[in-house]
Design a protein around this ligand. Structure first.
Ligand code: FMN
Length: 194
């Protein structure tokens, strides 16, 4: 995968200004973690968390630190990180966030197409933004840029035969006429679609 493939990834608006930062050096990933982790853990002892966390959620995260996270609570032992970011101020700030989220999703698909494993993570981004600005500064991303999601990526340790099986049918809402048909007769049942 090369940079131009990522740069060509879609986003939410034609005029979007999103950029992305790739931390491909593993020791640099460690450096960020080493800067952020002690601050986060010391704050937790004082019951200070990012906006989405609490005693309960932090303790759950801690439980998985030595198992699935392999000693890296923040970045799940991902060797490389990708962060889509965009200046996020004023009237179109919400669109900037959407651009970054769309770019993140495209990046994940791109990685998967190249046989790379990915984990989308919001928690480490919260930690860098809310608790450990010194660690965020290592990234050299301007302070007024939105950084909501970090993608950890690399060659997967575990091979899945297929994706996790999820029954999404009840989550899909489809407009139809009162009698349940769409009058075209093409698709009367969600089962035919999925
Ligand atoms: C918006 C979003 C934020 C996430 N944040 C984190 C996170 O901070 N840390 C984490 O370990 N997993 C996080 N996840 C979960 C992983 O990306 C992944 O979905 C999860 O490990 C389940 O994998 P699966 O979807 O392949 O079953 C997040 C997922 C999403 C969609």
């Amino acid at each position: 995968m090369n940079g131009s493939a990522g740069a060509a990834a879609g986003d939410a608006t034609a005029a979007s200004q999103y950029e992305y930062t790739v931390i491909d050096d593993k020791s640099r990933v460690r450096e960020i973690s080493n800067e952020a982790y002690p601050v986060m853990d010391a704050d937790a002892k004082k019951h200070i968390y990012t906006h989405s966390f609490s005693d309960f959620f932090y303790s759950k995260m801690k439980q998985s630190e030595k198992t699935v996270r392999k000693g890296d609570l923040l970045f799940c032992s991902a060797p490389h990180l990708f962060i889509a970011h965009e200046k996020c101020v004023g009237k179109w700030a919400e669109d900037s966030k959407a651009n970054c989220i769309v770019a993140t999703a495209y990046f994940e698909l791109l990685c998967n197409a190249y046989g790379l494993g990915t984990t989308i993570m919001s928690y480490p981004s919260e930690v860098l933004n809310e608790l450990a600005p010194e660690a965020r500064a290592i990234l050299n991303i301007p302070k007024d840029h939105y950084t909501g999601l970090i993608v950890g990526f690399g060659y997967p340790e575990i091979e899945y035969a297929r994706g996790v099986q999820k029954d999404r049918r009840k989550k899909i809402h489809r407009w139809s006429y009162d009698d349940g048909s769409d009058k075209s007769g093409a698709w009367n049942s969600m089962d035919q679609l999925f």
